[in-house]
Design a protein around this ligand. Structure first.
Ligand code: SAM
Length: 292
C-alpha cells in the first residue's frame, strides 16, 4: 500500500471505501508529509518503543509509526475505519488495531498487559472535541507514559504551555505542567488536513516528569483551589476562593496566607506560579485544620 500522507492517496482510499467523514468524531485527516515528519521526529520514536496511537483514521500516521517503532497499538472508535486500516496497514506485522473509545478503555490494564514493565509513548492527531479529557486522563492515571506528542487545537496548545500572567494561563496550564513539561513543536495550518478544520492546530510534546516539579501534601485539594481561582478569574484570589462552593475559605484566611507568602492580598489567581499554588494550598489546608 502506498504511503498515505498526501491528498491524492487519501482521496483514493476514501473513495474506494465510500467513507464519509464524521464530524462527531473530530475527523480531520493529515495530508501533509512534512507535518508527519515533524511529529515522528518530535516523538523520538525508536525500534525499542511501544507506541499508543489514539485515532489512527485511515492509518496515515500509523504507517510511519510502524516504520519507526518496535510495536504500535492504535485505538479507533469509528468502526467504518477498521476495514480501511486492515488494508492500509496490511504490510506491517508490528501493529494492533483496537476498535474502542479511548475514554472508555481501562488504560491501566492495557498498559500492564502491553508494556511489560517498559514505558510507552503516546502519539496522536487528537480528535479536538475531547482533547482535554484524553490528555488529562493520560496524565492523571498512574500509567507508564514517557511522553505524549499530539496534534491539538492551537489555542489549547498555547493554554497548556502558558506561564503566569497571560490570558492563556489557567487551570489546564497548571494541570498539564504539574505532570509534564510542555513544548510546542510546530504550528500547523488548516490546509494540512482533510477536511480542513476551522481552527489552527499545533503539535505539542508533553514530557512526563518522574516526580512532579513541586511538592504538595494534597494535590486534589490544590487542583480544587486552582479551579476555583480561575472559575472567576476577574475576581481577586481571596474573593474567588471565598465565593467558591465547598472550599470553606474565609477571605481573612486567604489574605493572611498570601501576606505570609510575601504576595499582595488583592492578587489574582492568574499571577500565581504552580509552586505558589502548591504553597498556598498547603498553608490553607493547615489553617483550616487548625480552625476546625
Ligand atoms: N490519525 C489520523 C490522521 O492524522 O489522519 C486521524 C486523526 S482525526 C483528527 C481523529 C481520529 O480519532 C479519527 O480517526 C476519529 O475517528 C478518532 N476518534 C474520535 N474519537 C475517538 C475516541 N473517543 N476514541 C478513539 N478514537 C477516536
Amino acid at each position: 500500500m502506498a504511503s498515505l500522507g498526501n491528498p491524492q492517496n487519501t482521496i483514493a482510499v476514501i473513495q474506494k471505501y465510500n467513507f464519509h467523514f464524521q464530524k462527531k468524531f473530530g475527523q480531520n485527516f493529515l495530508i501533509d508529509t512534512h507535518v508527519l515528519d515533524k511529529i515522528i521526529k518530535a516523538a523520538e520514536i525508536g525500534p525499542d518503543d511501544f507506541v499508543l496511537e489514539i485515532g489512527p483514521g485511515i492509518g496515515t500516521m500509523t504507517q510511519r509509526l510502524c516504520e519507526s517503532a518496535g510495536s504500535v497499538a492504535a485505538v479507533e472508535i469509528d468502526r467504518n475505519l477498521i476495514p480501511i486500516l486492515e488494508e492500509t496497514l496490511h504490510g506491517y506485522s508490528n501493529v494492533e488495531v483496537i476498535e474502542s473509545d479511548i475514554l472508555k478503555m481501562d488504560l491501566t490494564a492495557f498498559a500492564l498487559e502491553r508494556c511489560a514493565g517498559k514505558s510507552m509513548k503516546v502519539v496522536a492527531n487528537l480528535p479536538y472535541y475531547i482533547t482535554t479529557p484524553i490528555v488529562m486522563s493520560l496524565l492523571e492515571k498512574p500509567l507508564p507514559i514517557h511522553s505524549i506528542t499530539v496534534m491539538v487545537q492551537k489555542e489549547v496548545a498555547d493554554r497548556m504551555q502558558a506561564g503566569p500572567g497571560g490570558k492563556e494561563y489557567g487551570a489546564l496550564s497548571l494541570a498539564v505542567q504539574y505532570y509534564a513539561k510542555p513544548v510546542i513543536v510546530a504550528n500547523v495550518p488548516p490546509n494540512c488536513f482533510m477536511p480542513r478544520p476551522t481552527v489552527g492546530s499545533a503539535v505539542i510534546r508533553l514530557e512526563r516528569y518522574e516526580r512532579p516539579p513541586v511538592e504538595v501534601t494534597d494535590a486534589a485539594w490544590m487542583f480544587r483551589i486552582i479551579r476555583a481561582s480561575f472559575n472567576q478569574r476577574r475576581k481577586t484570589l481571596a474573593n474567588a476562593l471565598y465565593h467558591a462552593g465547598g472550599l470553606c475559605c474565609s477571605k481573612e484566611a486567604v489574605w493572611d496566607t498570601l501576606l505570609a507568602m510575601g504576595l499582595s492580598a488583592d492578587i489574582r489567581g492568574e499571577k500565581l506560579t504552580l509552586a505558589e499554588f502548591a504553597q498556598l494550598s498547603d498553608r490553607l489546608k493547615a489553617s483550616l485544620k487548625q480552625n476546625a
